[in-house]
Ligand binder design. Structure first.
Ligand SMILES: *[C@@H]1O[C@H](CO)[C@@H](O)[C@H](O)[C@H]1NC(C)=O
Ligand SMILES: *[C@@H]1O[C@H](CO)[C@@H](O)[C@H](O)[C@H]1NC(C)=O
Ligand SMILES: *[C@@H]1O[C@H](CO)[C@@H](O)[C@H](O)[C@H]1NC(C)=O
Ligand SMILES: *[C@@H]1O[C@H](CO)[C@@H](O)[C@H](O)[C@H]1NC(C)=O
Ligand SMILES: *[C@@H]1O[C@H](CO)[C@@H](O)[C@H](O)[C@H]1NC(C)=O
Ligand SMILES: *[C@@H]1O[C@H](CO)[C@@H](O)[C@H](O)[C@H]1NC(C)=O
Ligand SMILES: *[C@@H]1O[C@H](CO)[C@@H](O)[C@H](O)[C@H]1NC(C)=O
Ligand SMILES: *[C@@H]1O[C@H](CO)[C@@H](O)[C@H](O)[C@H]1NC(C)=O
Length: 445
């Protein structure tokens, strides 16, 4: 996919194909956005993340803790069936011959592919592995065998982990590509499963999701749906759910074969509105709606900081430890982790009424939690004498973010650790997730 040309000793260029864009306007496809659509592939820079200069001393990376959403994938079987139903519905009543593709479109996505990673997804993970491999080359050199990979019970996270490692290993030692398989660790990657407090208060609570439903009833949303119906020449027959399904169909097809005529039915402004509707759902469902969402991530946050503590201790005593500790989960894994860390928190919550004023919000699903969305904790050791100082940097989708503990992109490790100590040292998931009132029979919706 990518061609490499060394420019200088310290820079490696991703030449050609640097942008894998959809070609459909603003690339806003909410939670079904391919990673490259909002984060075009960048140059690989040798040791880009390896060294940190602080107080005139040079700090070296000693560990990468990585958490990622699985890569771009086929959608679920239910949605694949709904695509055909949508086509049949429109086929019998649209009048605009500009969209005659609807007659001949064939839903040829086999259900056996359900939820599996697409070719684009493999490229995303190969890229990320290679990117971090080059960026941390000094750290990884001859230590690939210490890399630790974990995934959830689902195959798409397993496939993602393997593709990431392949890229990493290619960058570090092209002549010796190792094959390492991930281990399943649902406690850390799928902590929301079975958290009944979360399920009853948030996940299955329709009342709780009212901002999204209210937004569907606003003139902004209804005019968008009617606009699509108008273009098709089938006024008043298209529903909000049909418009959402068409949006999903477009994004899914682009992720599978880089094109979809269904996308031509939406304008950039339609996509902004459809994204907002989806963002309203994910903002409340995955991030900042309810404190239980952040609290239930403690097994993951604890795991990350224990791994960092371990690396610190082992590095000081010159013993081996995993130089990369990578975990592959799902969009709820990343969403809740970002909430736990206090990132992408808009001053005003997203609501059905503030679509216009939130146009420049921090939280866009398409850029924050696209497929292959990733959070990287990089731990550094500074100075040659004793006592050594340790710093942490946090990268989201390859970009450094301001760490709330010091309001700076570089923060002393002990300060960050103390900031999150409730989750690290007092994690009591059973208690956080216990819901005295919850049984599947009182699920609303
Ligand atoms: C995908 O399609 C767009 C628009 O046609 C094109 O610019 C891009 O190069 C294509 N990407 C790939 C990977 O084929
Ligand atoms: C950085 O240097 C300043 C000035 O010498 C010193 O006060 C400060 O403690 C140093 N910071 C760290 C984290 O070592
Ligand atoms: C860093 O080095 C410069 C030049 O030697 C010196 O002026 C400055 O005070 C040093 N800063 C710290 C924080 O030590
Ligand atoms: C069909 O597309 C052409 C070219 O873009 C456009 O001029 C025409 O108005 C369209 N027809 C309808 C009915 O939308
Ligand atoms: C690459 O792999 C070869 C063969 O296993 C090994 O001898 C060499 O040390 C490795 N190089 C690096 C940089 O890891
Ligand atoms: C991951 O997938 C590979 C096939 O690529 C399979 O051999 C392995 O058993 C899977 N691991 C887990 C934990 O499911
Ligand atoms: C569902 O959400 C509403 C609104 O936030 C809340 O009042 C209600 O208590 C929630 N239901 C449950 C079962 O927690
Ligand atoms: C650390 O361990 C490595 C390999 O075991 C050894 O080559 C190196 O000299 C050791 N460094 C220190 C400072 O003890």
């Amino acid at each position: 996919m990518f061609g490499f040309t060394a420019i200088t000793l310290s820079t490696i260029c991703v030449c050609g194909n640097a942008d894998i864009l959809t070609g459909y306007g603003n690339n806003l496809f909410a939670s079904k956005t391919g990673y490259f659509w909002t984060h075009p592939a960048k140059q690989f820079i040798l040791n880009q993340f390896n060294d940190l200069h602080y107080n005139n001393s040079t700090c070296k990376a000693i560990q990468l803790n990585f958490i990622s959403r699985h890569a771009a994938r086929y959608t679920g079987a239910d949605d694949m069936d709904s695509f055909t139903l949508l086509q049949n519905k429109i086929k019998s009543s649209y009048k605009n011959t500009n969209y005659s593709f609807i007659q001949s479109w064939v839903n040829d996505y086999p259900t056996t592919k359900e939820s599996s990673v697409t070719k684009l997804g493999i490229e995303e993970m190969n890229y990320l592995g290679e990117k971090f491999g080059y960026a941390l080359l000094d750290l990884l050199r001859s230590k690939l065998n210490t890399v630790k990979l974990r995934c959830s019970h689902s195959q798409r996270t397993n496939t993602s982990a393997q593709a990431f490692f392949k890229g990493l290993s290619k960058a570090v030692n092209n002549s010796n590509v190792l094959h390492v398989l991930p281990a399943v660790d649902d406690r850390v990657t799928h902590f929301y499963k079975g958290c009944s407090n979360y399920e009853s208060k948030v996940e299955y609570n329709k009342t709780y999701m009212h901002e999204m439903y209210d937004f569907q009833k606003t003139p902004t949303f209804m005019n968008m749906v009617n606009g699509i119906a108008d273009r098709l020449g089938m006024l008043h027959i298209l529903t909000a759910d049909d418009a959402k399904m068409m949006y999903l169909l477009c994004a899914t097809e682009v992720a599978i074969r880089n094109r979809s005529e269904w996308c031509t039915l939406q304008t950039d402004s339609d996509r902004e509105i459809l994204e907002y509707e989806n963002d309203l759902e994910d903002y409340y469902l995955r991030l900042y709606g309810h404190p239980v969402t952040a609290a239930m991530t403690c097994p993951l946050v604890q795991d990350v900081f224990r791994s960092l503590d371990h690396a610190l201790y082992r590095s000081k005593s010159n013993q081996t430890y995993p130089v990369v500790d990578a975990r592959f989960g799902h969009s709820p894994t990343i969403g809740a982790l970002l909430a736990a860390l206090g990132l992408f928190k808009d001053v005003h919550p997203l609501t059905a009424k503030n679509y216009q004023t939130m146009k420049h919000r921090l939280f866009f699903d398409s850029s924050v939690i696209p497929f292959s969305a990733n959070v990287a904790f990089i731990l550094y050791e500074c100075g040659h004498g004793t006592p050594k100082t340790n710093f942490l940097k946090l990268y989201v989708n390859e970009e450094p973010v301001v760490i709330p503990a010091c309001n700076s992109v570089t923060c002393e490790y002990s300060v960050v650790r103390r900031y999150y100590s409730d989750m690290v040292d007092k994690c009591d998931w059973n208690n956080v997730c216990k819901s005295v009132h919850f049984s599947p029979s009182n699920i609303v919706g």
